[in-house]
Design a protein around this ligand. Structure first.
Ligand SMILES: [Zn+2]
Length: 127
């Protein structure tokens, strides 16, 4: 196998369309070769947008004793969330920013693999 030198490459973000640099250093750090798949998204979109296959939303309400509630999503109906979709010990509060994927349960769509990105209490402090 011929050793090819890695070069800085200009790529276009699949999400927002802006150009971004995929530096030789980053390629090296990722163990990438010239034929490796390129990053699909710019650094900002990687940080701001949900991971592929996942969505973000806000907790509408969550009933702790009954262990279920609903999430509000942009452009989609509110989503059922059951306590079993949360890591143990994690509680949801109205206004929490959460990330999750959507599964289909017996009664329709529901949130799974829920993680809290920003608790509402911290979001309020940022105002
Ligand atoms: Zn982008």
């Amino acid at each position: 196998m011929r050793h090819e030198r890695l070069r800085d490459r200009i790529l276009y973000c699949d999400t927002c369309g802006i150009s971004f640099l995929w530096s030789a250093e980053e390629q090296r750090a990722a163990g990438a070769g010239p034929a490796s798949p390129r990053p699909q998204r710019c650094a900002a979109c990687r940080r701001l947008a949900p991971a592929p296959g996942r969505e973000r939303g806000l907790v509408k309400w969550f009933h702790r004793r009954k262990s279920y509630g609903f999430l509000v999503r942009t452009g989609s109906p509110d989503l059922f969330v059951h306590g079993s979709a949360l890591p143990s010990g994690v509680r949801l509060y109205p206004g929490d920013l959460v990330e999750f994927h959507v599964e289909t349960g017996e009664r329709g769509p529901l949130a799974a693999g829920v993680t809290v990105l920003l608790p509402a209490a911290e979001a309020d402090q940022a105002d």
